[in-house]
Structure formats: C-alpha cells, structure tokens
Design a protein around this ligand. Structure first.
Ligand code: ADP
Ligand code: MG
Length: 237
C-alpha cells in the first residue's frame, strides 16, 4: 500500500575513513510521514550517516534512495532540491546577515515568491520579530530555529535534524518539538539524532540505535531501551 512506501532508504551503506569504518553496511528505511529517532553512543556514526545520506560525504559503498530516486553520490544541493534537507550539529548561519536575508540566501529555483515564503516561515517558527536582527545577535537556541527556517525555504519532504534541541533552553525546546509535530502533521517526515532520551521518547514513532557504525536495534522507544545490546552499548561508551 502507498502509505508504507519508504521515503528514505539506505541499503548496505558504508563509509570508511581510512581503516575506520564509521558506517558499516547500514540498512535503514523511513516510512513516508514518520518521525524516526536515531540514537547511539558518541562516535557510533550518527553524524557520518547524515553526512553520507545528504551528500556531504561520498559513501564508500551502498545506496541511498529518496522518494524512489537513487541519489547515491549526488551533491548536497541536488539532494536538498530533491526534498531531503538536513541541519548540522553545529549551526552555521551567515552571522553578518539579517535573519530574513539568511532565508533569502537559500538558493531557490521555483517560482515561489521567496520574500513571501520567508515571511511565512519566520512567522510559523515565531521568530518574525527578529527578522531584521543580525543572525549573530540570536541566542544559540534561536539560531537552531533559524537553521530550521533556512531549510524550510526548500519545502522539504524529509528533514534530518542533528541534535535540534542541544543547548536550547527548555521553553524553546518545547517550541521546537511543537514545530516538528506541526510540520509532521502537514506531511513532512523526520529523522532526528538526539542525545536527550526524553525528547526522543516524546517525539519519535520509531527509534533506530547505532553502535560502532551498525544498527543494533530498532523499534518503539520503550522496547529498544530495554534491549540488552542497547544497554551494553551505552554502558561500554
Ligand atoms: P556520532 O555522530 O554518532 O557521535 P560520528 O559519525 O561523528 O559519530 O563519528 C563516527 C566515527 O567516525 C568516529 O570514530 C569519528 O571519529 C569518525 N569520523 C567522523 N567524521 C570523520 C572524518 N571526517 N574523518 C575521520 N574520521 C571521522
Ligand atoms: Mg554526531
């Protein structure tokens, strides 16, 4: 049935750095409309996976399919334009630009009115009052929202978030979660890397656990949490 079509699927995806295997044959599949949590100890390969899937690293082997298209080895902008967007663990706004101009700087080749779209997104994320401020003047948490705002300019079908609430105050964290849920209700799929287990438990439909570059468990948060391999992975780190 159509509902269960994967929007994002990797097959035997491997990324090596010299002799270090950062991602080791990862089979990963996200259903359209899902919020997937991706957890695992430090160094287990989560950020590498994001980088490889989103085109920032070239995979050593394996494939990435998005919306039925093989995007393996595509450039990041081409993958983003296809509808798969991602944020970085460390945000990188153009600090000397205003918040609004940060959005307008996102390359956009459709007919949409960028200014109108930027205004809508800033309002949706409740940072419209900061539109004329320099990105530099925002708090770390607000910069996370700005990064989200920038990728929304691409109208993505699937968003990969690397630690979206790390270092963000609890009130803003709640707002970020609400925005994710609202976008999800409107049809956007998510893959979220997050250290905060409460956050993952609250937001993810299904959780995938990495350890040493491999998938060691997958399922509902409470099932995965009780899995002995998962406990061992976290204790051993
Ligand atoms: P996580 O995000 O789960 O903490 P990473 O994907 O950042 O893990 O790292 C996985 C492994 O790959 C680690 O051993 C890390 O040191 C290594 N690694 C990540 N990026 C690079 C890189 N650009 N060059 C060499 N090694 C890297
Ligand atoms: Mg990481």
């Amino acid at each position: 049935e159509r509902e269960s079509e994967p929007i994002l699927e990797t097959t035997d995806l491997t990324k090596k750095f010299g002799s270090l295997v950062a991602n080791d044959g990862i089979d990963f599949s996200v259903t359209d409309g899902e919020i997937r949590g991706l957890i695992g100890p430090n160094g287990s390969g989560k950020s590498t996976f994001f980088n490889t899937v989103s085109g920032f690293y070239k995979p050593t082997s394996g494939t990435v399919r998005f919306n039925g298209t093989d995007v393996t080895g595509w450039k990041p902008y081409a993958i983003a334009r296809e509808g798969l967007a991602r944020t970085f663990q460390i945000t990188t706004p153009f600090e000397e630009m205003t918040v609004r101009d940060n959005l307008l700087a996102v390359p956009n080749d459709d007919d949409v009115d960028s200014r109108e779209r930027a205004a809508e997104i800033l309002e949706f994320l409740e940072i419209d009052h900061l539109a004329d401020d320099l990105a530099d003047e925002m708090s770390g948490g607000q910069q996370k929202l700005l990064e989200l705002a920038r990728i929304l300019m691409l109208d993505p079908d699937c968003i990969m978030l690397d630690e979206p609430t790390a270092g963000v105050n609890p009130a803003l964290q709640e707002r970020i979660l609400d925005h994710i849920r609202e976008m999800n209700r409107q049809g956007t799929s998510f893959v979220i890397v997050e250290h905060d287990m409460d956050m993952i438990k609250q937001i993810a439909d299904t959780v995938t656990v990495f350890d040493q570059g491999r998938v060691i468990a997958e399922g509902a948060f409470d099932d995965v949490k009780g899995d002995p391999r998962v406990r061992e992975a976290y204790l051993g780190s």
